[in-house]
Each structure stands twice: as C-alpha cells, then as structure tokens.
Design a protein around this ligand. Structure first.
Ligand code: AKG
Ligand code: FE2
Length: 220
C-alpha cells in the first residue's frame, strides 16, 4: 500500500529546509552504500545541518495523523536530505532490511520520500516503484511525501534538468506484517469516520476489536 501525504511540511519548514540544504555540504551518496553500482546521488553531510533538518522532517511526520495512522510507526530513521543534479539517478534496488542510525538500529518496513522541490522545476527524477509487471511513478508536490513498502524494488529515474531535492527516511512499524498493518489501518479509519454514527455500545465493541487486534499483531 502507498500513501501520498499532501501538505506534510508547512511553508516555514520548507523554507528552513531549503535554506539548510543551500548552505550545507553534500557528498557522494555512495557514502552510505559503497558497493552500490546504481547509486548516483548526493547526501547532505554536515552534522549540524543534518540534526536540524532531520528534526524538522521527523517532527512533521510524527505530528501528521495520516502518517501515524498509515505507518503505525515505532521508530523513524532521522530523515536525510538528498540531492540529484542532472544525469544523477538511483537505479533499481531493494532497501536494506536493517539499518544503523545514530539513534540505534531499525528495521525498514516502510520507506518515505519527502519532496522539497517544486516538481515543475526539474525534469525526470520520478520515484518508480515496480510491482511485478506493474509500474508506479511518483513525483510529489512541494512539501508532500510518499510512503511505500520497503519490500518493493524501486528506483529514482534520471534527472535530466534542474535539481531534485528530497528528504528520505525509513520507518519501523509496530505492525511488521504489511497485510496485518493494512487491515488495522482500514479498521481504524472506518471506526474514526463512522464512530459517531453508531450506538455507543457498538462503538465500544468496535474499540475492543481494534485494541485486541493491535495487541495480537503489534509490538511496542
Ligand atoms: O529519493 C527517493 O525518492 C528514494 C531514494 C531511495 O530509494 C533510497 O534512498 O533508498
Ligand atoms: Fe531505496
């Protein structure tokens, strides 16, 4: 399942992130994956800038109800600003199952791209996700984010004009199994939408089902 979160970042946050990116130093993205033959991008590499920018993006994700409902996050890797200049791309790859972050190890259940650039200002650079013979392409609006399963094979297509600036992060969910997470998400969404339209007794029973499913399928 895929979730597009519109308006994740407000104007002030976007401004700060773009200012941080403009002043920071970037290095070859292979720093995090030296053996990759397909990774051609740039990672922000400046401790203070990383701290400030990841706090803004992680804060925006954690206050966003849509994100929390969909991802049921346990841990979020500090989001990292990544830049693609013309001719840069990140060829088809799977994401690593386990990652080390300076806040400790996490399992990547979901991957997330936060779009920090107006899509009209660059050409190419679509996030392309393969689903068997199917293909999904995302080029999000400024300030929006796409959350997708880390289990997919995906790539960032070549940027042919302008600059693609994004924040990337990985999320460990309280519900490991994607099918179970999706069922909990759907049930919670319907309960939130319809809760006021059913009797108090039925709503209480529904809440019991929600909590007991979560208790069975989730972990803390
Ligand atoms: O930039 C993106 O949209 C995704 C990058 C990516 O696939 C990764 O860092 O593993
Ligand atoms: Fe990836």
């Amino acid at each position: 399942m895929f979730k597009h979160i519109y308006g994740l970042l407000n104007g002030q946050e976007l401004g700060e992130l773009r200012e941080i990116a403009a002043a920071a130093t970037f290095v070859d993205g292979k720093i995090s994956n030296p053996h990759s033959q397909v990774k051609h991008n740039l990672h922000l590499n400046d401790e203070d800038a990383y701290k400030r920018s990841s706090a803004i993006m992680a804060g925006a994700l954690m206050r966003n109800e849509e994100f929390r409902g969909f991802a049921i996050p346990k841990k979020i890797a500090p989001p990292l600003i990544t830049r693609y200049e013309p001719e840069m791309r990140y060829g088809l790859h799977p994401d690593m199952a386990f990652m080390r972050t300076h806040e400790g190890p996490i399992r990547s259940d979901l991957s997330c791209t936060i779009f920090l650039q107006d899509p009209a200002s660059y050409e190419g650079g679509e996030l392309h996700i393969k689903l068997g013979d199917g293909n999904l392409r995302f080029k999000g609006e400024l300030g929006s984010a796409i959350v997708y399963p880390s289990t997919t094979l995906h790539e960032v297509e070549k940027v042919t004009r302008g600059e693609r600036l994004v924040g990337i992060t990985f999320i460990e969910s309280q519900v490991v199994d994607p099918a179970k997470r999706e069922l909990i998400y759907e049930l919670n969404e319907v309960a939130a939408i319809e809760g006021a339209n059913i009797s108090t007794e039925s709503y209480t029973r529904l809440q019991t089902v929600q909590q007991n499913l979560f208790r069975r399928w989730g972990d803390c």
